[in-house]
Ligand binder design. Structure first.
Ligand SMILES: [Zn+2]
Length: 117
């Protein structure tokens, strides 16, 4: 799951959800202030929808300059558990379960440190 080369290389901005269409493997689809949608790097075929609306909780932020998402991405369900950071377009897996109960500020700090490195 962890690649050396950037997994995500493109940000495609759309105005309406109806405009999304097919999502390429390496792109993040941004509906400004609403959603960030992409194919999960676990490659089991599911999409991840991150809320970008700061009025709602939880919400994520995208740094478009270097394709980084904060805080870490968690897509958990009955059949899967995907947890990782997206930093510089790269996917960095979180050592799981131990970290999921971490407060958000620690996850944010962790991703910041990963960016600096
Ligand atoms: Zn996944």
């Amino acid at each position: 799951m962890i690649g050396r080369r950037p997994r995500f290389t493109t940000i495609r901005q759309v105005d309406r959800r109806a405009d999304i269409g097919d999502i390429a493997r390496r792109e993040l689809v941004l509906l400004p202030n609403k959603w960030l949608i992409f194919r999960c790097p676990c490659d089991t075929g599911h999409e991840v929808h991150l809320n970008m609306d700061v009025q709602r909780h939880p919400s994520w932020t995208l740094d478009p300059a270097n394709i980084s998402v904060r805080p870490s991405v968690i897509a958990a369900g009955p059949e899967r558990r995907c947890h990782y950071f997206i930093v510089g377009g790269r996917v960095r897996a979180c050592p799981d379960d131990r970290t999921t109960s971490e407060p958000q500020w620690r996850l944010w700090l962790r991703s910041l440190i990963a960016t600096i490195r």
